[in-house]
Design a protein around this ligand. Structure first.
Ligand code: SAH
Ligand code: SF4
Length: 443
C-alpha cells in the first residue's frame, strides 16, 4: 500500500513540476513514506530523518537550493506532533488520508516558511481528488479499499488508516483502464482488508470483490489480476467462484493466518479458529487446484506458550505455504494486546521466530524445487542484473530469471523452469515449433 501511495503522491506533485529521482542528494523534496505496523519500522523513521538532514545540509552548502523534507504515511498519522518535536527540521507531516492536499501544503510552506502538519481524516475521500495515474510499468498496484473495522488486538491499522472504505466501482475501472492503456498487464488490487470490499456499482448495487474482479478481467490488455491482503473471514462464495471461473485471477493467494492455536486466535480477535481457516482453504483449493498459498504469522503474542507455537508449526506443516512473512509480536501503543499480561521476552520471541521461519523457508524451497521442469506463463517486468537478461514474475509471484531480448519486456511468455532457487526461479523461453518466439502468450 505504501508503494501505491508513494506513486500517487508523485502523481499529485507532477503538475507542480516534480519528477522522481533515484538520488536523494539531488532531490528538491524528499518524502519519507512510513509504516507504523511494528515498532522497528516506526523507529527507522527517526534514524532516516537524521541522515536526510545531513544530505540537505550538504546540498545547501553546495548552493544547490533548498530541500523540502516531509514525513508521510502511518507514523506521521500516529505521531505527527512527536515528529515535529523530535525533528523540528521537518517541513511537512501528512497522514495517509491527506496526500491529495500535498500541493496546498507545499504552497503554504513556501508562503509561511513554517512546518505544515495534516493528519485530518477528510470528509471527502482523497481518491476523489487524485489525478489519473502516470505510467506504472507491466505490473501495478491499484487501491480499491482502505482502512479496517476488524480491530485485531495487536494491530494499529484501524487507528492509522481509519474505518473501512471501498472506492466506487466506476473509479476503479477508470484507473484500471488508464493503467492498461499505458502498458500495464497485471494489476494487484490493494486494501488493508481487500476482500471486505463492498463498493457502489454503476448500477447502484453494492459490488463484492468477486464481481469487481469479473469486471476488471474484461478490460483489454489486463491479463492478470491479484488482490491483497485478504482476511479469512471475508472470503465469500462469490470470491471462491471467481477463483474457479476467471482465468486472469492468478493462482496465488496471500491469506494471513497469524497463529495456529485457537486460544491465541481468539485473544487476537481474528474472528475465526484454525478449522474455519482450513475450510476456507479447502474450498479455494477445490475451486482452483493449483492455488498456492502465502500467509503472515506472528510469534510471541502475549500469553503464547511453547505448546501453542508448536500448534502454529503443525498447522503450517499441514496446510503448506509457498511463501510467508513472519514477525515477532510488537506491542503497539493504544492497542489492546499491548496492555495484556504475559508479554513474551524478546529472546523467547527470537527463538520462536527462528523455528517458524525455518519451516516456512523449507516449504518455500521445496515449492521452488517442485517447479523445476514445469512450463509457466511469466510476465517480464524488469531488466535482469546481467545484460541480455529479463526478470519476470510467475503466476505464483516467484521472480523468474530468463535470458530474453528486451523487446519482450512487458509481455507474458511461456518459460520452462530449469532451476528452483530459495528465493527465485531460473528458466528459458519456450520456442514455438517453427523456432520463433511467441510475441504474447496468455496467462
Ligand atoms: N489486514 C491484514 C494484515 C495487515 S498488517 C490481515 O488482517 O491479515 C500485515 C501483517 O503484519 C499482519 O498480517 C501481521 O502478521 C503483522 N502485524 C500486524 N501488527 C503486528 C504487530 N503488532 N506485531 C507483529 N506483527 C504485526
Ligand atoms: Fe489489522 Fe488486518 Fe486485523 Fe484489520 S484485519 S485489524 S488490518 S490485522
Amino acid at each position: 500500500m505504501n508503494v501505491y501511495d508513494s506513486a500517487r503522491m508523485a502523481d499529485v506533485l507532477a503538475p507542480l513540476g516534480y519528477a522522481l529521482t533515484e538520488d536523494p542528494a539531488e532531490a528538491d523534496m524528499v518524502l519519507l513514506n512510513t509504516c507504523h505496523i511494528r515498532e522497528k519500522a516506526s523507529e527507522k523513521v527517526f534514524s532516516e530523518l537524521g541522515r536526510l538532514r545531513q544530505l540537505r545540509e550538504q546540498r545547501e552548502a553546495r548552493g544547490a537550493g533548498r530541500m523540502i523534507l516531509g514525513v508521510a504515511g502511518c507514523v506521521a498519522q500516529a505521531e505527527g506532533e512527536e515528529i515535529l518535536a523530535r525533528a523540528p527540521f521537518v517541513d511537512l507531516v501528512l497522514g495517509p488520508q491527506a496526500y491529495h492536499r500535498l500541493p496546498e501544503m507545499v504552497a503554504r510552506l513556501s508562503r509561511a516558511g513554517r512546518a505544515q502538519l495534516d493528519t485530518e481524516f477528510p470528509a471527502e475521500p482523497k481518491f476523489d481528488h487524485l489525478p489519473a495515474p502516470g505510467p506504472r510499468g507491466p505490473a501495478a498496484f491499484l487501491a480499491i479499499q482502505e482502512g479496517c473495522d476488524r480491530f485485531c488486538t495487536f494491530c494499529v491499522v484501524p487507528y492509522t488508516r481509519g474505518a473501512e472504505y471501498s472506492r466506487p466501482v466506476a473509479d476503479i475501472l477508470d484507473e484500471a483502464r488508464a493503467l492498461a492503456t499505458q502498458g500495464t498487464v497485471e494489476i494487484t488490487l490493494l486494501g488493508q482488508n481487500v476482500n471486505a470490499y463492498h463498493g457502489e456499482g454503476p448500477d447502484g448495487a453494492t459490488w463484492s470483490l468477486g464481481r469487481l474482479i469479473r469486471a476488471l478481467a474484461e478490460i483489454d490488455g489486463l491479463d492478470r489480476l491479484r488482490y491483497t491482503t485478504s482476511h479469512p473471514r471475508d472470503v465469500d462464495d462469490d470470491l471462491i467462484a471467481a477463483h474457479a471461473e476467471v482465468p486472469a485471477l492468478m493462482p496465488f493467494l496471500h491469506l494471513p493466518l497469524q497463529a495456529g492455536a485457537d486460544r491465541i486466535l481468539k485473544a487476537m480477535n481474528r474472528g475465526h479458529d484454525v478449522d474455519a481457516y482450513r475450510r476456507v482453504v479447502d474450498r479455494l483449493r477445490a475451486a482452483r487446484p493449483d492455488l498456492a498459498l502465502s500467509s503472515d504469522f506472528i510469534v510471541g503474542f502475549p500469553g503464547e506458550t511453547d505448546r501453542e507455537v508448536q500448534r502454529t508449526l503443525d498447522v503450517i506443516d499441514e496446510i503448506g505455504f509457498v511463501q510467508a512473512y513472519s514477525f515477532k509480536y510488537s506491542a503497539r501503543p493504544g492497542t489492546p494486546a499491548a496492555a495484556m499480561p504475559g508479554q513474551v521476552p524478546e529472546p523467547v520471541k527470537a527463538e520462536r521466530l527462528a523455528r517458524v521461519q525455518d519451516l516456512l523457508n523449507t516449504q518455500q524451497i521445496a515449492f521452488n524445487r517442485r517447479c523445476e521442469g514445469l512450463e509457466m506463463a511469466v510476465l517480464f517486468d524488469r531488466p535482469g542484473k546481467h545484460p541480455g537478461q529479463l526478470v519476470g514474475r510467475s503466476p505464483f509471484m516467484q521472480p523468474v530469471h530468463v535470458t530474453a531480448p528486451e523487446r519482450l519486456m512487458g509481455t507474458v511468455q511461456r518459460v520452462r523452469i530449469d532451476q528452483g532457487q530459495p528465493n527465485s526461479l531460473a528458466g528459458r523461453l519456450v520456442e514455438t515449433s517453427d523456432g520463433t518466439l511467441p510475441e504474447r502468450a496468455s496467462a
